[in-house]
Design a protein. Structure first.
Length: 107
């Protein structure tokens, strides 16, 4: 099921962000119907209920990351490197945030 920029798996109920959120929206309200398979609590028929999931959009950081040493980056990836091998580790300037970002090859 698709709800704006969200998708809900019918089998697991997992909500996934599948597109860009509208930054002017504070929240998204997803109207849902949940159904059991009838095996719970010795029941013989399935039951359904309607409800809502509210996803709150929080604006944590509007600053684009800045990397002060970009001119010095020249990573190399060997053709036989394993998936998950760290290629380069960079740190954004403190104006963005302090955590490290890792970029890994995918095959």
């Amino acid at each position: 099921m698709i709800y704006g920029p969200f998708s809900i798996s019918p089998s697991s109920g997992i909500i996934t962000l599948t597109g860009a959120v509208d930054k002017s929206r504070v929240f998204y309200r997803l109207e849902v119907v949940v159904t059991d398979d009838g095996s719970c609590c010795e029941a013989t028929t399935s039951r359904s209920r309607r409800g809502a999931v509210v996803v709150q959009v929080k604006d944590v950081n509007n600053n684009a990351p800045r990397f002060t040493r970009c001119a010095h980056y020249s990573p190399t990836v060997m053709e036989n490197d394993n998936v998950g091998t760290t290629v380069i580790q960079v740190r954004p300037s403190p104006a963005h945030h302090q955590s490290a970002h890792r970029h890994q090859p995918t095959h």
